[in-house]
Write a protein that binds this ligand. Structure first.
Ligand code: GDP
Length: 140
């Protein structure tokens, strides 16, 4: 199996409830290593740029305002099949649909305030890592 990198965010609903460590522990327990991490308070403009793919969606305003409402921890995770593994550990977008033991089942508040982001494919992972990190900030 291939060692990959993926991009992850611990969203403001989770940082506000002091869940950075608990969420990171779940990622590490799943075999993912944190190879870059920093805490940022993104601007509305950064949130709009990061989530530009969703700009036509009805929840775009709500999503970007939420992401700019408090601190976020942006991370790069490394491990075997990291993109798919991270999506599995995150759970479904809506916590009501998320499987037992997943981050969103355990911690998410709602479909919007759902505690974590994870890249959905290797190509988006590369773009999202480059959005937040310089190459020399990622140390495997
Ligand atoms: P993800 O890949 O599981 O994060 O889900 P999506 O790519 O479909 O959506 C991106 C993010 O937009 C989600 O993680 C939610 O924070 C937010 N989102 C998705 N659907 C809704 C919705 O119906 N209402 C609101 N407020 N936010 C949503």
């Amino acid at each position: 199996m291939a060692i990959e990198r993926t991009f992850s965010m611990i969203k403001p609903d989770a940082t506000k409830r002091n869940l950075t460590g608990a969420i990171t522990a779940k990622l590490e327990e799943a075999g993912l290593s944190v190879v870059a991490s920093k805490r940022v308070w993104m601007s509305l403009r950064q949130a709009e740029a990061f989530y530009a793919v969703h700009k036509e969606r009805p929840f775009f305003g709500e999503l970007t305002e939420f992401m700019a409402s408090g601190p976020t921890v942006v991370q790069v995770l490394e491990g075997e099949n990291a993109v798919a593994k991270n999506r599995e550990v995150m759970g479904a977008t809506n916590p009501a649909d998320a499987a037992e033991g997943t981050i969103r089942k355990e911690f998410a508040l709602s479909i919007g305030e759902n505690s974590v982001h994870g890249s959905d494919a290797a190509e988006t992972a590369a773009e999202e890592m480059a959005f937040w990190f310089a190459g020399n900030e990622i140390v495997g």
